[in-house]
Design a protein around this ligand. Structure first.
Ligand SMILES: NC(=O)N[C@@H](CC(=O)O)C(=O)O
Ligand SMILES: [Zn+2]
Ligand SMILES: [Zn+2]
Length: 424
């Protein structure tokens, strides 16, 4: 039995002060104001107690690129970031386009035992954009949804069939919305900063034309499409329109896109290079508005570890992507502290709504009988995000070696303490 004492429990719809949570095995046994005794007690006074975070967009690079990350280091970074459920993308080597790779990922995560892992398998074989994968088989092996993330499904007819096929199994497609021809060899946002730096630009329209296409295909097929890493104001407007039309679309934004802008690129630092690229202040503010009004449903990190040799090169040659699992909480708390939204909305965006989208009914809400996946957050703790704190194999983030405020101080998964900030 594990007892969390003096909790401020935050659910998306209510806050309970000064309650005790009793955990028995992997379930929440009771939530009460009464004094209870237990062998193991954690005092949560002054902390936020929230459902274990769910990150539906990570890259764990396993199999194939284990020198960047593997399922073990990815799991450790996740729980250190307060995340207890992860959905890794399929751009591994080989690509996760079949049930045996899906099963390998699920089994390995289970052996490690820190998080629950549900793969996102590829839409097309080899992520080549041509032939659909065996979706039924792959879902049975433990995947939840499909995406060729890293690449778009460029052929609209293939995307249409993918939406139809996935929806027959009650699943959905996650769209990495990018027109590769418009992107060309662009490396940062196209605009003032690309002109000043001389770096090749990626227009906002590269993302927007594909979001427009995918919401129209969702309208045609009545299937569910989820838009990954929304980065522009125009994208937010398109999704807002789609929702008003009753189209079955959901969307995510990353902490870096609601925190940073392309002004950072004036220093040519490859740790600010990612896809989609950082955009303008106007885009950033539109994403925050989208999160506030429900146009953007959830926050996901797009945790994209890369080795130093892939980042310490000329800007044009550097890999796209930054790590994100351990900066999710501090960066999202910044929006709470600046008054953009409250802790209930924080919980909505980081666990309640992801659980709903993924149809994981046992999590995303702290209540009697639910799975005991719980994160205890200290919103005031200050620390340097250094080698000691960083649990990923990679450190390609602009926040590395910087001061962060706010962290998961305990992460509890299936009733077990899987991370303790003060014991690292
Ligand atoms: N986001 C990135 O910049 N990179 C991702 C791919 C992706 O999410 O599209 C990666 O796999 O490294
Ligand atoms: Zn992507
Ligand atoms: Zn990604």
């Amino acid at each position: 039995m594990l007892l969390l004492k003096n909790c401020t429990v935050i659910n998306f719809d209510k806050i309970e002060e000064n309650v005790n949570i009793l955990i028995n095995n992997d379930k929440i046994e009771d939530i009460t104001k009464e004094e209870i005794e237990s062998a193991t007690v954690i005092d949560c006074s002054g902390k936020y107690v929230v459902p274990g975070l769910i990150d539906m967009h990570v890259h764990f690079r396993d199999p194939g690129f284990e020198y960047k990350e593997d399922i073990e280091s990815g799991s450790k970074a996740a729980v250190a970031g307060g995340v207890t459920t992860c959905l890794p993308m399929a751009n591994t080597k080989p690509v996760n386009d079949n049930s045996s790779i899906t099963r390998y990922m699920v089994e390995k995560a289970k052996e490690i035992g820190l998080i629950d892992l549900f793969p996102i398998a590829a839409v097309t074989k080899g992520m080549k954009g041509e032939e659909l994968t065996e979706m039924g088989d792959i879902l049975e092996a433990g995947a939840i949804a499909f995406s060729d993330d890293g690449l778009p499904v460029m052929n609209s007819e293939v995307m249409r069939r993918a939406l139809e096929y996935a929806s027959q199994f009650g699943s959905f497609i996650i769209s990495h919305a990018e027109d590769k021809n418009l992107t060309g060899d662009g490396v940062i946002n196209e605009g003032k900063i690309s002109t000043i730096t001389g770096l090749k630009g990626i227009p906002a329209e590269s993302e927007e034309v594909m979001i427009a296409r995918d919401i129209l295909l969702a309208k045609l097929t009545k299937a569910h499409v989820h838009i990954a890493h929304v980065s522009t104001k125009g994208s937010v407007e398109l999704i807002r329109w789609a929702k008003k039309m009753g189209i079955n679309v959901t969307a995510e934004a990353t902490p870096h896109h609601f925190t940073l802008t392309d002004e950072e690129l004036l220093n040519y630092d490859t740790n600010y290079k990612m896809n989609p690229p950082l955009r303008t202040e106007e885009d950033k503010n539109a994403i925050i508005e989208g999160l506030k009004d429900g146009t953007i449903d959830i926050i996901a990190t797009d945790h994209a570890p890369h080795h130093r040799v892939e980042k310490f090169v000329e800007f044009d040659n550097a890999a796209f992507g930054i790590t994100g699992l351990q900066t999710l909480i501090p960066l999202t708390l910044n929006l709470v502290k600046s008054g953009q939204f409250d802790m209930k909305k924080f919980v909505y965006l980081t666990s309640y709504k992801p659980a709903e989208i993924l149809n994981l009914k046992d999590r995303g809400y702290i209540a009697k009988g639910k799975k005991a996946d719980i994160t205890v957050i200290d919103d005031k703790i200050e620390y340097i995000f250094d080698e000691k704190v960083n649990k990923s194999k990679s450190d390609n983030t602009p926040f590395f070696k910087k001061k962060l405020i706010g962290a998961a101080i305990y992460t509890i998964k299936d009733g077990k303490i899987v991370y303790d900030f003060h014991q690292q």
